[in-house]
Design a binder for this molecule. Structure first.
Ligand SMILES: [Zn+2]
Length: 132
């Protein structure tokens, strides 16, 4: 696992420091869409500033994606390992993973409409429980 994480960092041109390895492992093993504060609470040995700066490096390297627009006003982070979309419960701010969606027709339609080659996509849906 450690060797695998090291090579992931190296492939993305990031030096494999212990803190980066710890944070990458955390992101790969949590599907809770944490904020930097939540991660710092779980990993108090890594300063909040380091957590934040490292996450931003991961975002630039496309190892991690940011989920914004949650009404708590915070940046939430998600490992970019497998394609999925998010459904956000606007009453609780819970970010729920869902994968039962084939983006191919949407990507094709977007290409047809614009002539652009689509290189990435992000889909966030918002909702409430009917009984809320
Ligand atoms: Zn997710």
């Amino acid at each position: 696992m450690l060797d695998q994480l090291k090579s992931v960092l190296q492939e993305h041109k990031l030096k494999a420091t212990n803190q980066r390895l710890t944070l990458l492992e955390y992101m790969m093993s949590h599907d809770t869409h944490p904020t930097a504060e939540m991660i710092h609470n779980d990993l108090p040995d890594i300063s909040l500033a380091t957590v934040y700066n490292t996450l931003e490096k991961f975002v630039n390297a496309k190892l991690v994606v940011v989920i914004e627009g949650i009404s708590d006003g915070k940046r939430h982070y998600d490992a970019a390992a497998h394609p999925h979309y998010h459904v956000i419960n606007t009453n609780t701010n819970e970010i729920i993973d869902a994968a039962n969606f084939d983006p191919a027709p949407l990507i094709k339609a977007a290409q047809a409409a614009t002539g652009l080659k689509i290189t990435e996509y992000r889909i966030d849906l918002y909702g409430v429980k009917p009984e809320d």
